[in-house]
Structures are given as C-alpha cells and as structure tokens.
Design a protein around this ligand. Structure first.
Ligand code: AMP
Length: 196
C-alpha cells in the first residue's frame, strides 16, 4: 500500500556486480556512498563485495556510515558477500532479497549497472506505478549512462503506453549531493495505473 513520503533515513542503492569501464562508475559509487554516510543515511544494498556494490559499501563504511547488505544464499560465494557490514542478511532467493531491501528503505537510487540493476529498478518503478509504495526513485546518470532509458520512457509516453506522471517518477541527476535532496522533496503521483 502506498504511504506518504517521510524523512529519508535509509536508501536502497541498486548497483552493478561489475565496476564498469574506466574510473567514472567507481568514482560515482564512492561519492554516493560517502555522501549518504555523511548525511547520516543508512545504505541498503545487495551485500556483495564485487563491482560497484563493493565500492559503494566500502566508501560508506569508511565515511562512518551504516551499511546493510541483503544477499541470497546461492550468491554468497559468487558475489563474495561483504563481511565488514553493519548488518548482513543472507536470504533464500532473489525475491526475498528485493523484498527486504525495499522494506528497509525510504527511497531508491540506481547507479549505472547491468541487467540485474535494471531489473531491480524496474520492479520498484512499476510497483510505484501500481501504488504499492510511494518511495522516491532516483537514477545517478553518470556521463549520460541513463539517457537511453530516459529516451525510452519518453517514447513510451509518446506512444501511449506510459503516463507522463509515471515517467516523471524517475528522478535523473548527475550528482549525489543534488539528487538526494530532490528525492526527499519528491511526492509520488496519486494517479494509479488503472485510473481512467
Ligand atoms: P548487474 O547489474 O547485472 O551486475 O546485477 C546487479 C545485482 O543485481 C547483482 O547483485 C545481481 O545478483 C542482482 N540481480 C540480478 N538479477 C536479479 C533479480 N532477478 N532479482 C534480484 N536481483 C537480481
């Protein structure tokens, strides 16, 4: 059920199991982790020590933040579970992982990532569209990484498959320090997917 936006105490970050090409994605994960930690915001994420997931967690911990990881049993070895977290939850499967991450968070941020990152992002976006939650969603658009997704969302609106209000649920920004306050102020649309 949707609930009104309140203060953001915990942010769920979707990020890659890879580090991406070049330093820019690693730098973005570092700066997001540091920014959340310094803002006193708990980081909720996939619990791995690989890719930008590990970078984000290490940066937040090094800046004195709290980091909660949620990893499926079968991925503990493959994604190398992070052993230095504030809390590590080992769950049965991907569904439990996403459910617990979403439950613990007041907002979501997607860093650049692969198909897994998009899967997680699309679930929270579509659940907001269905009115199942009212937690804000941001995308860290490093070097235009998310512009093709933005264009796709515009295309879906133009072609009558997506309401503009639901497209506008996704907040794009290049800078964590600017994105975070935008999330805190953002009110999700009251228009449900099935409204006339
Ligand atoms: P990727 O962006 O593909 O590197 O994946 C990022 C994270 O998403 C990894 O921790 C994957 O294990 C996770 N992931 C991939 N598919 C799913 C899924 N269907 N549900 C939940 N998490 C997933």
């Amino acid at each position: 059920m949707a609930r009104a936006a309140g203060p953001i105490k915990a942010v769920c970050v979707f990020c890659g199991s890879s580090s991406g090409a070049g330093r820019r994605y690693v730098d973005a994960a570092t700066s997001l982790g540091e920014h959340l930690a310094r803002s006193g915001v708990q980081v909720i994420y996939g619990g791995a020590h690989v890719g930008t997931m590990g970078v984000l967690a290490d940066a937040a911990l090094a800046a004195g933040g709290e980091v909660v990881g949620v990893i499926p049993e079968g991925m503990v070895e493959r994604e190398i579970a992070h052993t230095g977290l504030t809390e590590l939850h080992v769950v049965a499967d991907m569904h439990e992982r996403k459910a617990l991450m979403a439950e613990r968070a007041d907002a979501f941020i997607a860093l650049p990532g692969g198909a897994g990152t998009l899967e997680e992002l699309f679930e929270v976006w579509t659940w907001a569209q269905l009115g199942l939650h009212a937690k804000p969603i941001g995308l860290l658009d490093i070097d235009g990484f998310y512009q093709p997704l933005r264009a796709m969302a515009d295309h879906m609106v133009d072609e009558g498959f997506l309401r503009a209000t639901h497209r506008d649920t996704l907040l794009f920004d290049t800078d964590p320090a600017r994105l975070f306050p935008r999330l805190a102020e953002h009110q999700l649309p009251q228009v449900g997917k099935w409204a006339g």
